[in-house]
Design a protein around this ligand. Structure first.
Ligand code: FAD
Length: 411
């Protein structure tokens, strides 16, 4: 038997649920398929940036309102960046002089919260434990083979994450080590010494550049601890990331006191981060890719949830146009690619440059040292989290020239 819908979405992470919410609001019949049964774990740092919260607001006000009540989650008001030489700088989340808040919330809870929002939309049918195993296309429809039988529609959205079957089969996508990172996560309890406003911590070490070790405070005395590093460097330097993480946590003097009574709550889990540091085709005849399937993770910070939601919403709006024009062709769908890169490319490119600059530990040490000495430099780091134009100056040679030779006001 074939299940017929207007749209099929493969994958119910943030990208897939965002797409389903916008299409459900418009009343299209949607099949949302996921191989997992929810709630499910997703290896992640669990940090929901201010941008994620903004994306929830844009998606639909009710999702944002319901998110306020979601519990448990930790409110976090900034980030602490630790340079390879051990110095650190605190960067509060401030936008237009107002304090902002991000959250740390396990993906178990956050992704389950998102799929629950679909209850509001009766035209969306959610199939769990339903794995996409094959794809066929003909002139009038696209058909997915799944563990729940056949599904067909005029258009399919690939929201099936870093190892997307849709991207592999329809785009011949292959892993690209120069544009992906390897990531490991382990939940802990009993880690001490967090910032009083729950700042997330990024620790940069010479041996894992470009990349960092993170420690994010979760509710109930737990913490999300992990490490991420550019895959090509991991291969080139033959780094065993698991060993690096264990070694840093158990032997580095700055962690010994904080982890004295800490216990890991699981074995270390690993997953890939497809980075948006290279432009790629994101669509074709009768399909669009979103989120990690489209490789939209920020190459510097490793954040991907906001762009997953953003691309899901943009994909859904494009699909509504496809139905209006009755056009599902590759050439029409290229408008989606353009829209995505018009909105994201400047920022992704800047982050790629920052990621490359991070290869130089002395430069990193120098910027953090200057940020502690100069109000202007510190303010620039604060502003660069919220404004792309300020972030731009961080990759401009003139910035480093001024740091070296300019006079900066003291704190
Ligand atoms: C170690 C690590 C740490 C990270 N930390 C952060 C962070 O702190 N903050 C942040 O913003 N981003 C972080 N990211 C990135 C973030 O996890 C991703 O960008 C985000 O999950 C992308 O959402 P998505 O919906 O595209 O894909 P996913 O969240 O991966 O969802 C894909 C869904 O598709 C389903 N699926 C897969 N294959 C199939 C199939 N064949 N059939 C049916 N269903 C299928 C999966 O079960 C899954 O539910 C991190 C990533 C890693 C690996």
């Amino acid at each position: 038997m074939e299940n017929k819908f207007d749209v099929i979405i493969a994958g119910a992470g943030p990208a897939g649920t965002a797409t389903a919410i916008v299409l459900g609001k418009a009343g299209l019949s949607v099949a949302l398929l996921d191989k997992a049964t929810f709630p499910r774990d997703k290896t992640c740092g669990d940090a929901l940036s201010v941008d994620v919260i903004n994306q929830l607001k844009v998606l639909t006000p009710s999702v944002f309102d319901n998110f306020q009540d979601l519990s448990p989650k930790t409110s976090s008001y900034g980030v602490q960046i630790f340079a390879p030489d051990g110095r650190h700088v605190d960067i509060p989340f401030i936008y237009k002089k107002e304090k902002r808040c991000g959250y740390i919330c396990t993906r178990w809870n956050f992704d389950n919260f998102l799929v629950q929002q679909l209850r509001e939309f009766s035209s969306v049918k959610f199939y769990q434990n339903c794995e996409v195993t094959g794809i066929q296309k003909d002139q009038n429809k696209i058909q997915l083979n799944t563990t729940h039988g056949y599904f067909s529609a005029p258009i399919v959205v690939g929201a099936d994450g870093a190892h997307s079957v849709i991207a592999k089969r329809l785009m011949n996508a292959k892993p690209d080590k120069e544009h992906s990172s390897a990531g490991l996560r382990v939940y802990y309890e009993g880690v001490t010494g967090f910032h009083q406003e729950n700042f997330i911590e990024l620790h940069f070490f010479e041996e894992v550049l470009p990349g960092y070790l993170w420690i994010f405070p979760l509710p109930d005395g737990k913490a999300n601890v992990g490490i991420g590093m550019l895959s090509s460097t991991v291969s080139k330097k033959k780094i065993n990331l698991k060993d690096s993480l264990n070694k840093l946590l158990t032997t580095h003097p700055k962690f010994s006191e904080r982890f004295k009574n800490a216990k890991p709550l699981e074995t270390i889990k690993g997953y890939g981060l497809p980075l948006g540091s290279k432009k790629r085709p994101l669509s074709g005849d009768r399909f669009l890719l979103t989120g990690d399937a489209a490789s939209l993770i920020d190459p510097f910070s490793g954040e991907g949830i906001a762009n997953a939601i953003r691309s899901g919403r943009i994909a859904a709006n494009h699909i509504l146009e496809c139905f209006q024009k009755n056009d599902f062709t590759k050439s029409f769908n290229e408008r989606y690619d353009k829209e995505i890169y018009n909105r994201l490319w400047k920022e992704l490119k800047l982050s790629r440059t920052l990621q490359q600059l991070c290869k130089y530990p002395s430069l990193f040490n120098f910027v953090v040292k200057k940020a502690n000495q100069s109000k202007q430099v510190h303010q620039l780091l604060i502003d660069s989290l919220a404004h792309i134009d300020k972030k731009k100056s961080l990759v401009h040679p003139a910035f480093y020239y001024r740091l070296l030779f300019g006079r900066n006001s003291q704190h």
